[in-house]
Design a protein around this ligand. Structure first.
Ligand SMILES: NC(=O)c1ccc[n+]([C@@H]2O[C@H](COP(=O)([O-])OP(=O)(O)OC[C@H]3O[C@@H](n4cnc5c(N)ncnc54)[C@H](O)[C@@H]3O)[C@@H](O)[C@H]2O)c1
Length: 318
């Protein structure tokens, strides 16, 4: 059995659970720690009989003895706008106390550390696409600040542990990622559209739908994360798909892939909703040799079966 052991905080979440799979595939033993605030045990149910996998239900904001680990992946945090609006304080706590605790674990064990950061660090950016050198355009007191500032703070603490404690750290700035195991009600664009299209409801587009997003399929994202984990890059690295779509185009693609007869309805744009988001992935290409492979249409097709099972089929209108 492998002696390498990884701690994945947020391991029962969407991305964390895919990361657990990938780390087991790399020969790690994996301990997933999650308080199930926004994650689900079903996401790791398939690993129940794998002796190399352990799950523990814990809030990672509190000190804990996880035993010896070689790598800490700090992925715990509400991530969807619906979740962090609902759990604002918990989001700030896991991005501050939780990050300190995860870093302290890595320091105690002499382990490597990776922090899951986000494109939200750039706020509503004034530079397009966003390179890592852009410092962002962030509202520190708006409704999204509980997430954006928690992540910016987490990045700052991570860099401080590197500078002051010589910890071997990495920061991945994840851009919109989608795929199986996402919660259908988490308010993110693709689950929202899938849910509505599969139920035959009108797809809700905020504003006129001209705001753009880029969507990365989960297998590409996890590939980028693993490459970063193995690299010696300590500066933040954007990992996301640079193909940009308007929200309206995305809605139409979901309708086409699901074969739904849903219409599109328009609602008022929420405050601080970024108008454009697209990663500059030059650094990931250069230092990781990484490039996303799955285009939006293929990713939607790959996700369809999961969403079909997750959405009550009987409610699909004929
Ligand atoms: N999915 C994306 O598109 C995306 C984009 C940018 C950044 N990220 C980052 O990636 C990470 C994972 O996101 P996700 O999409 O899988 O979200 P998710 O909500 O599915 O997963 C987050 C997990 O963290 C757990 N968690 C939250 N607070 C905790 C605490 N105090 N203690 C223990 N567990 C806790 C939740 O229960 C959940 O299982 C997050 O840090 C998020 O900020 C994700």
């Amino acid at each position: 059995m492998s002696t390498r052991r990884a701690l994945v905080t947020g391991g029962a979440g969407f991305l964390g659970s895919h990361l657990c799979d990938a780390l087991l595939g790399e020969g790690y033993r994996v301990l997933a720690a999650d308080n199930l605030l926004t994650g689900r045990l079903e996401n790791v149910a398939h690993l129940r009989n794998d002796s190399r996998f352990e799950f523990t239900e814990k809030d990672v904001c509190h000190p804990a003895d996880w035993g010896e680990v070689d790598y800490v992946f700090h992925f715990a945090s509400p991530a969807s706008p619906v979740d962090y609006a609902k759990h604002g304080i918990a989001t700030l706590r896991v991005g501050s106390y939780g990050t300190f605790e995860a870093l302290e674990t890595a320091r105690r064990c002499g382990a490597k550390f990776m922090m899951a950061s986000t494109s939200e660090c750039y706020g509503d950016p004034l530079v397009h696409p966003q390179p890592e050198s852009y410092w962002g355009h962030v509202n520190p007191v708006g409704p999204r600040s509980v997430y954006d500032e928690a992540k910016r703070f987490s990045e700052a603490v991570t860099m401080a542990y590197r500078r002051y404690h010589n910890l071997d750290t990495r920061i991945v700035r994840i851009f919109n990622t989608y795929g199986p195991r996402m919660q259908v009600h988490d308010g993110r664009v693709i689950p929202n559209f899938m849910w509505q299209a599969l139920r035959g409801e009108a797809l809700t587009v905020y504003g006129d739908g001209s705001q753009t997003r880029s969507f990365c399929y989960v297998s590409d994202e996890v590939d980028g994360i693993l490459r970063l984990a193995k690299s010696d890059e300590h500066e933040p690295v954007n990992v996301g798909n640079p193909s940009e779509f308007t929200i309206l185009e995305c809605a139409r693609k979901v309708i086409a892939v699901t074969g739904s007869r849903s219409q599109i309805k328009f609602e008022t744009l929420p405050p601080d909703d970024p108008k454009q988001r697209r990663p500059d992935i030059s650094r990931a290409r250069r230092v990781l040799g990484w490039e996303p492979k799955v285009d939006l249409e293929s990713g939607l097709v790959l996700s369809l079966e999961y969403f079909r099972n997750a959405v009550p089929i009987q409610e699909i209108s004929s």
